[in-house]
Design a protein around this ligand. Structure first.
Ligand code: GLU
Length: 449
């Protein structure tokens, strides 16, 4: 069976970091196996699904640079679900139920109070034809349950969790369709996974018990059962399941200056035995992607670590990758000079204004003493004699070292302060030619006053 994966969000909200991780896993696994990766919009619930969330999901994938090999929408596939439903019903795999929510709730409480598992007792399955007709005559419209096969133990080799066992007797027959005819998630998903040839269902471990019942649905439909990988959930940096994670989406990351490559590099390896590395290109992530490397413990998502990874990625980004986000006039040489100092691409604008702007504000440099001022006056004079086409920084500092005997910090820091207004920053050898002869001499002279 060729590898086909799917990311299947319900468009009822924005994707959060846990969803994004699922996108990335499904995409990497498909790419690693030369397979297909589908986006499936699970919009069977018209009351809760919104078109703006469909658009947002597409935009999020596009921002990540992830292009699905196809997109499907459940709301366009109701005829297929209806046909499968009728067949499964006629074969006895689906049956009508007449209990009200209150009745079910009472039974659950009774069972729990007796120390029994609160499993649906199949009361409606036991109804005679006459009793069913009677309920319908009272105007009760049935909802529908899938009848689990109690004699078929559920076992699968989960690619992350290893062998999984479920006793179907301990599971309730799942409700698959409401009395108004609308669909719950469970059956349409299995129908689609079968119809779309999904070979691997990759999702969070909150779906493990759904998998148990869906395996029986595949079997009832006579469809091959896909492989499953249920990854451990994410926790926040404080180690707990955090509410904050649920609200962290692409908008937050983009606004904080996080690059798509950083998010991919982080989420691809988080919770695995492999190190998180600053890959600009996903090829090594694809080549090494393997569910055997995933652990079963919850994975801790730490935004501070993401920011560090992001900086390491930015330090490698080529000019072409960022050109449209740089201030006007900033060229390749400027990007390469400034890049090693950045935590976000947006930060380039600050350095560019330092390079191109008027003389820096020296108010902060109260530390410049009288000898530093004399030294800077000397530096301005030396700067006027340099060959600016070669390597002016080494020319300048070499000449000043010889003339003054200064070295180390005493040699470099006053120059950096005078030229940039800051004590730290990009390599001066790369920055000085960008500042340029005239402006550099003017800044040194101004600081000497
Ligand atoms: N629409 C379901 C969800 O968002 C899909 C789960 C699945 O991957 O099967 O939870």
């Amino acid at each position: 069976m060729p590898v086909t994966t799917r990311f299947a969000p319900s468009p009822t909200g924005l994707l959060h970091v846990g969803n994004l991780r699922q996108v990335i896993h499904n995409w990497l696994f498909a790419r690693a196996h030369g397979g297909r990766f589908l986006l499936r919009i699970d919009d069977t619930d018209p009351a809760r699904s919104e078109e703006r969330f469909v658009d947002a999901i597409r935009a999020d994938l596009a921002w990540l640079g992830i292009t699905p090999d196809g997109e499907e929408r459940q709301s366009e596939r109701f005829a297929l679900y209806e046909a499968a439903f009728e067949r499964l019903r006629d074969e006895g795999h689906i049956y009508p139920c007449y209990e009200s929510a209150e009745e079910l709730d009472i039974r659950r409480k009774v069972l729990l109070s007796r120390g029994l598992p609160p499993v649906y007792e199949r009361t409606s399955l036991a109804l005679t034809e006459a009793e069913r007709v009677d309920r319908e005559a009272q105007g009760i419209r049935p909802h529908w349950r899938f009848r689990l096969d109690h004699d078929a133990p559920i076992i699968w080799q989960d690619l992350v969790r290893g062998e999984q066992h479920f006793d179907p007797r301990l599971l309730s027959d799942p409700v698959i369709r409401r009395a108004d005819g609308s669909w719950l998630y469970m059956l349409p998903s299995a129908i689609d996974d079968a119809d779309m040839g999904i070979s691997h269902v990759i999702r969070g471990e909150d779906h493990v018990s759904n998998t148990a019942t869906q395996i029986q649905m595949f079997t009832a439909m006579g469809a091959p059962v896909p492989a499953f990988a249920h990854t451990a959930l994410l926790t926040g940096s404080e180690g707990k399941l955090s509410k904050r994670l649920g609200s962290l989406g692409i908008a937050h990351f983009r606004d904080s200056g996080i690059e798509p490559a950083a998010l991919i590099a982080k989420l691809a390896r988080l919770g695995t035995a492999d190190p998180v590395e600053p890959f600009v290109d996903p090829a090594p992530l694809i080549a090494s992607f393997d569910f055997g490397r995933f652990g079963r413990a919850p994975a801790r998502f730490d935004e501070a670590e993401l920011a560090q990874l992001n900086a390491r990625i930015i330090h490698q980004l080529p000019f072409e990758a960022v050109a449209d986000r740089l201030p006007a006039g900033m060229d390749k040489a400027a990007w390469e000079a400034i890049r090693p100092n950045l935590e976000t691409v947006a930060g380039a604008a600050d350095w560019w204004s330092i390079v191109t702007g008027a003389a820096p504000d020296l108010a902060a440099e109260a530390a410049l003493g009288d000898d530093d001022r004399a030294y800077l006056a000397q530096a301005a004079a030396v700067a006027a004699t340099l060959d600016w086409t070669a390597d002016p920084w080494h020319g300048l500092t070499g000449a000043l070292k010889e003339a003054t005997g200064r070295k180390g910090k005493a040699l470099f820091l006053p120059l950096r302060l005078a030229l940039t207004g800051r004590a730290h920053g990009p390599d001066m050898a790369a920055l000085l030619p960008l500042i340029g002869e005239q402006q550099a001499i003017a800044r040194l002279a101004a600081a000497a006053e």
